[in-house]
Write a protein that binds this ligand. Sequence first.
Ligand code: ATP
Ligand code: MG
Length: 587
Amino acid sequence: MQRSGIIHKTPADLAVAPNLGDYAATCAAFSWDNARQALAGLPGGGLNIAYEAVERHAQGPLHDRTAFRFLGDESVRDVSFGEPARLTSRFANVLRTLGVQRGERVFVLTGRIPELYVAVLGGLKAGCVVSPLFSAFGPEPIATRLNIGEGAVLVTTDGLYARKVAKVRDTLPSLRHVLVVDEEGTAAGLAGTQDLAALMAEAAEVFDTEPTQAEDLALLHFTSGTTGTPKGAMHVHGAVVTHWATGRYALDLHPDDVFWCTADPGWVTGTSYGIIAPLLHGVTSIVDMAEFDAERWYRILQAQRVTVWYTAPTAIRMLMKAGPELARGLRFPQLRFVASVGEPLNPEAVWWGLEVLGKPIHDNWWQTETGGIMIANLPALDIKPGSMGKPLPGVEAAIVRQREDGSVALIDAPDEEGELALRRGWPSMLRGYLNNPERYRKCFAGDWYLSGDLARRDADGYYWFVGRSDDVIKSAGHLIGPFEVESALMEHPAVAEADVIGKPDEMVGEVVKAFVSLKKGVEASDALRRELLGHARKKLGAVVAPKEIDFLPVLPRTRSGKIMRRLLKARELGLPEGDTSTLEAGA
Ligand code: ATP
Ligand code: MG
């Protein structure tokens, strides 16, 4: 298959995305106020995410439709749209019985089990601020987040409590209640905790959704910690307008869809798109309770007849690394739309999607801070592999340069690099970093939110990721974006993942150094190293190509799947490793 050029959408592609056929017209017709009209609003006025996602469906036509399908190792459990309304009401009543008030913080630390979804939505229903944490965190990161978030309630499992929380419980002064899911049958013996199931059984099934307003805090999400200590981004109930609009325009959710978002709700993607958006659009969500396994994932896509798949470059790279044999003979005729977020999506991966899944992968860009998708390869747009796509309807993006005095200058010329900025005011914009107002202020210059990412926009209005501003390499007077170098290395058939950093150099400032992990069955050797250096030089030219390549079995990445360049750099230079609370084990 030819692997260059633009992937054009066909009339058949456009026919299944009827609202999106004309990007310019869709953007022109869009307003956030109109999007708001698509939501119900609380009967007595106000806005609450849980009401829109859950309560509204309780009596409606979706009552019996499957909202979530939980896949265990062997088991399958379906939950209908009618059920969460009752369960979340019980949970909200449990909170009230315990004396937990509106605005208090509820943390959830479990695997992707039904109780997680009930606690998140039930907490929102009660007007609490909810923070889902990734269950693979160790005791320290858990304690840090609970403390800066002043968690009053923690929902967890007996096993996680015993292994991780019990050790740090003394250091958590604000934590009043620990509610445990009895997964391993040991809940009864855990001092200082209460059994969630028992409390739920006693609680009433009716609860009037707390009448929150659009500007009330709803969710607290920690960033991935790729560039430093994770920041706690605060989001409001009004964010639900973005969740609805992006579910429609960026993910193209239709009522009959089977949607699989592979992100864990411990990261913002797993909440915005693993819980809220699919419920808003009344589609069935697949939840895989197990960890990544290439064979299993292919099987899920096929057997569950997934129509819309939202995943991440790290997962795609792992599927690519596992080799083509696993997918041989598999077909995914139901799959209509595949999207990816979290890291740059190398062109190689877009083409791989077309070859192996039968659909190209649509990259999109956003951050914990933005609360929802901001720039995307929308279903009706032709794909330029390597590009993040165009701003969503309602989102105004720009490439800017910050002046000495802090104000920003817009860069209008195409293909010029600068910082990616968004005009403030989209509904899911963060409303602050917890306990860090100074850092929050730095996100804004006048009307613009500054993302900290470098990008360029081409003459057709497509945005291209260059790198994080911290990661850009300055070599002999050139600015080199790591993404371009990594993508070129990944085009070599031996390479599974590549990652580059700037290494200080007396002559040129910095030289490009690459770290590469190889595909299954490929041996590292000096000959291969020379071959890769030559390959990169041919593709990129001598200035941009790496001067050094190290082979590593795995590259250090965050638990949300992002490669931690700062760690590679610190290790290379023998410097302290900094905050590694989100580092994947074994990396
Ligand atoms: P921290 O802010 O703690 O360093 P983080 O920025 O990795 O961590 P997230 O909010 O989870 O935390 O990730 C957002 C970042 O991920 C973006 O700023 C960008 O650098 C990267 N990213 C997300 N999507 C894309 C994409 N499609 N292409 C390139 N980079 C992306
Ligand atoms: Mg960030």
